[in-house]
Design a protein around this ligand. Structure first.
Ligand code: SME
Length: 152
């Protein structure tokens, strides 16, 4: 399990004063990905145009470049604005399998200071049922602290 208190502190200190969205995303994925052995793919998909996600900074094997809001776990999170915690990706209709080793995942919407969804954070694990409500809360807090201070 990640030491979220330490991760949150290091991300806050590394990104202090930074407002560039890609710089923030790159720093967060690096810290998270190397901070927890359960995280086999860690990355952002950005809302590039209405209804369309495009790949952002990530770590792990290559990810799909484009995900429409109608597709995948990422699409559901972007469309509904609700965090998706998927214990078994095989039982999630429409899951996009970029890596066949992925067993479970968590996807969180990323909102700016105006409350608009600007991206989603997708973390995939090769372990089944890897994520819990503790991950949900800690990751959501990191995203809010980092991106909700941004303008629209
Ligand atoms: N887990 C995603 C897609 C996987 S990636 O492209 C790394 C989904 O179904 O939304």
């Amino acid at each position: 399990m990640a030491d979220y208190a330490t991760l949150a502190k290091s991300i806050a200190s590394l990104t202090e004063g930074e407002t560039d969205t890609v710089a923030l995303m790159a720093t967060i994925v690096c810290e998270l990905h190397h901070g927890d052995d359960r995280f086999d793919w860690t990355g952002f998909y950005r809302v590039a145009e209405p209804g369309l996600l495009k790949i952002g900074p990530y770590q792990g094997g290559h990810g799909c470049l484009v995900i429409p809001f109608e597709r995948g776990v990422c699409g559901v999170a972007a469309r509904t604005g609700e965090i998706q915690l998927v214990a078994d990706v095989d039982s999630f209709p429409g899951h996009i399998a970029c890596a066949s080793s992925t067993r479970s995942e968590i996807v969180l919407p990323v909102r700016n200071a105006a409350g608009e969804i600007i991206a989603v954070l997708d973390i995939d694990s090769d372990l089944p049922g890897a994520f819990t409500d503790e991950d949900t809360q800690a990751l959501d807090a990191i995203l809010t602290a980092t991106f909700a201070r941004q303008g629209s």
